[in-house]
Design a protein around this ligand. Structure first.
Ligand code: JBK
Length: 228
C-alpha cells in the first residue's frame, strides 16, 4: 500500500518510522511519504490560509496549494482514496479501518486552522474516492494526529505488518464488547492479588469469568455499545 500525507507539519509523521510500521516500510509492505503543503505555494510568505468568506473567527486553508498538491500526488489513470481528517467527518471505526486496509493508495489531507476551503473536497472527488473522517468529538490543533491514528489502525491490518496473526484473530472475536482485564506475574504484588480463577487452570471457568468481566466493563465504560 502507498500512503501519502499532505500537511504544513510533515515532521509529525516521523513517528511512522518507529516500531512495526517502520519495519513494514523497510520491508516495502507499505510506502509512506509526508509532503509539505507549502511546497505548492508561490508567494514570499508561502501563504496557505486566508480569512473566511461570510466572516467569523479563524482562518481557512486556501484551495490553490491543495489543488496543485493533488495534481502532483494523484497518479494519472488511477483513483486513489483521499481522506480529509476533520471533526466534521464520519466516525473512524475498526470497520472503516478494515475497509481502507484493502485500498492500494491512500492520501491523507490534514487541515489546520478552521479547516480547508470546501471546494478542495469537492474538487478531489473528480480524481479520487473522497472521505471526510473524524477520530472523535474533541478539538485538536490539526488533522495530523488524527491521520497518524488512522494510519496505524489501517496498516496493522495489512497482511505481513503484524507478525502475530493470532492477535488479529482474537481481537475480531470479542463480539462488540470491551476487552476483559489482563494480569501477569507476579501473582501477588504490593498486596494486590491476581483473581484466583485465572490461576486455577479451569479453562471453561476462566472463559466464563472473562466474558462476565467484558460485560461489566462495557456496562460501566461504554453502555452505548450494549444498546446496539
Ligand atoms: C479533530 O479527525 N478528527 O477527529 C479531527 C481532525 C482535525 C481536527 C480536529 O479537531 N477532532
Amino acid at each position: 500500500m502507498k500512503i501519502d500525507a499532505i500537511s504544513i507539519f510533515p515532521e509529525f509523521f516521523d513517528v511512522l518510522g518507529l516500531s512495526l510500521l517502520g519495519k513494514a516500510q523497510d520491508q516495502k509492505i507499505i510506502g509512506f511519504e509526508a509532503h509539505d503543503l507549502r511546497k505548492w505555494t508561490s508567494d514570499k510568505h508561502r501563504t496557505v490560509d486566508d480569512s473566511p468568506y461570510g466572516g467569523g473567527a479563524g482562518m481557512v486553508m486556501k484551495p490553490e496549494p491543495w489543488g496543485d498538491a493533488f495534481d502532483e500526488i494523484f497518479p494519472k489513470g488511477q483513483r486513489p482514496t483521499i481522506i480529509f481528517t476533520t471533526p466534521a467527518g464520519i466516525p473512524f471505526t475498526q470497520k472503516l479501518a478494515a475497509d481502507l486496509a484493502t485500498r492500494s493508495h491512500l492520501v491523507f489531507a490534514c487541515g489546520r486552522y478552521e479547516g480547508i476551503d470546501q471546494r478542495v473536497v469537492e474538487h478531489a472527488g473528480a480524481q479520487a474516492e473522497v472521505l471526510e473522517v473524524s477520530i472523535g468529538d474533541y478539538v485538536l490543533n490539526g488533522g495530523e494526529v488524527a491521520a497518524i491514528a488512522m494510519i496505524e489502525a489501517i496498516c496493522r491490518l495489512i497482511p505481513g505488518v503484524i507478525g502475530n496473526a493470532e492477535s488479529l484473530i482474537e481481537e475480531s472475536h470479542n463480539s462488540g464488547l470491551l476487552e476483559y482485564p489482563s494480569y501477569t506475574k507476579p501473582a501477588s504484588w504490593r498486596g494486590l492479588e491476581v483473581p484466583e480463577i485465572l490461576l486455577s487452570g479451569h479453562h471453561a471457568e476462566i472463559e466464563k469469568w472473562r466474558n462476565e468481566q467484558s460485560l461489566l466493563r462495557t456496562k460501566a465504560n461504554r453502555p452505548d455499545l450494549l444498546a446496539e
